[in-house]
Design a protein around this ligand. Sequence first.
Ligand code: GAL
Length: 348
Amino acid sequence: MKARISLVVLSLVLSLLIGLTLHRGAGGGKAAGEGPRRPLIGLSMDTLEVERWLHDRDLFVARAKELGADVLVVSANGNDTRQIRDCEALISNKIDALVIIPHDGAAMAKGVALAHEAGIPVLAYDRLILNCDLDLYLTFDNVRVGELQAGYLVDKLKGRKARIVRLMGSKTDNNAFLFKQGQDNILNPAIAAGDIEIVHEDWCDGWRPENAKKAVNAAITKAGRNIDAVLCSSDILSGGAIQVLLEEGLAGKVLVTGQDADLTSCQRIVEGTQAMTIYKPIKNLAHAAAELAVRLARRQVVVAKEELANGRINVPSIYLPVHVVDKDTMESTVIADGFHKREAIYQH
Ligand code: GAL
């Protein structure tokens, strides 16, 4: 009991120091000796400044609580040094399993190594961690995301020699390469057939909208205003791209893709300034991750059907399906799933 109380006190002290938040499940605080110890899970997040990740946190914590676990959440706001420190703090709080959403998939190998030194298993959430002995990777089918984005454009632009600008994500995020790989699977044959031309493309450091704006401005300077589509890997980037298109009087005339079904993107889709987004049912990911993290925390067996090479090992991996959302499918996807309310999307 004493150990448990001092753990809670330590948690509180650390939470004041580094912004670490303890989310306690029902029956929390039960003394040791009154039953099996409640699993304590650490969730180290890249950022909470982007809409999507707030959903992930809330759903993960809620499901873990339902399963009788406590969760310590901490966010690094895109800073690698801080994310390593966050992992150290979680480890010293005696977590039973660590879940990481890495800002930089290479840098966070250190976080995995530190957890393993303390005997704590690690699950990478949504983004892969490279060159380490990662225990488990749970994500969406990221290559499919890219295929669906590019496939949407190829389909809509059929019959003309389409000029496309492509905005890829952050090079520190392995997902950005998987989205590109999926896009290339579809674009390369269309480029070879002369149906598509990529007039400009660039990576957007940190997935930041201002970098998307810069890239679209550069594209217009280089290739002119005669653009049919901007292939954006995510909704944060489509937000930046559409700002430039609005300034240029091109919004609504140029097809823009996205990913994440952010509320503002769904609003833009029904208004007509964005063509599509990819809806990734975050509830499925967050709930599955919470269930797996609790299993890891209890040292129970976890089964993964896929494997993904991370430079060191083939990481046992699980991929969840994704869905295209445009004007026509908004109702049957995002709204039907309760991800956003109809009134919020249509703003009336
Ligand atoms: C990716 C993630 C996307 C998007 C992006 C920017 O790793 O898979 O859903 O949110 O980061 O945050």
